[in-house]
Design a protein around this ligand. Sequence first.
Ligand SMILES: C[S@@+](CC[C@H](N)C(=O)[O-])C[C@H]1O[C@@H](n2cnc3c(N)ncnc32)[C@H](O)[C@@H]1O
Length: 205
Amino acid sequence: MIFHFIRQSLRNPNAVGAVLPSGGGLARAMANAALPKGHPPQNVLEVGPGTGPVTQELHSRLQPGDHVEAVELNGEFCNVLRARYPDLLLHEKSILDYEPPRPVDCIVSGLPLANFPAELVEAIYKHFFQILRPGGHLVMFQYIGLRHAVRAMAGRESRIRMDRILKLEQSLDPLIIQRIRVPWNVPPAMVTVRRRPDDPALPMR
Ligand SMILES: C[S@@+](CC[C@H](N)C(=O)[O-])C[C@H]1O[C@@H](n2cnc3c(N)ncnc32)[C@H](O)[C@@H]1O
C-alpha cells in the first residue's frame, strides 16, 4: 500500500498532496472525531481515502445503523480500496461530481486543500456545506504550519493563492467545535471539526 501511495504521489503530487499515507495516530484521531464512543447512527462520507488508513479506523468504530461510503478520484487508490474493503460503497470520481442521495451527518476529508487552486478550495468547501445536514460535522486535517511555510517560500502567484485559502479558512474558523493536535505525526498535524450551522448562517452561499 505504501508503494502504491508513493507511486501515485510522484505521478499526481498536487492531487495526492502527501508522500506517505496518514500515520495510525492521525487516522485514529480523525476516526474518533467522526465516530466517538456511544455516537448515534451516522451517515459518514469519507472524501479522498487514498489507500484507506482512515477508512480502516472508521470501520473499526461502526455501530448498528451507521453507514460509511467514500469518494476517491484516483483509480489506482480505488483498486486498492476495493481489494481491502470489498463491502465499501466507493465512488470513483471527484467529490465535486458526487451528490449523495441523502444529507450527510459527517464528512471526513483527507483532501490536500493547500495544494489546490483557491477557486477549487472554495468550490469544495461550498459543496461540503451543501451536502452536510444542518448541524453535521466536517472533519479535516492539516499539517501544522504548512500553509504559512508554503506562503513564505512561494512566489507571488502562489502567495496570492495561499492568501485566498487562508482568508477563506479564517472565515470558517467560528464553525470549529474541536481541534485535536497530533504532534507525533510526521509532519505534525491538526484535526479540526467544523459544525455546519443551520441555514440562516450557512457560510459561502
Ligand atoms: C493526502 S491524500 C490522503 C489519503 C488518506 N486519507 C490518508 O490520510 O492517507 C489525498 C487524497 O485525496 C484524493 N483526492 C484529491 N482530489 C480529490 C477530489 N477532487 N475528489 C476526491 N478525492 C480526491 C487523492 O487522490 C488522495 O487519495
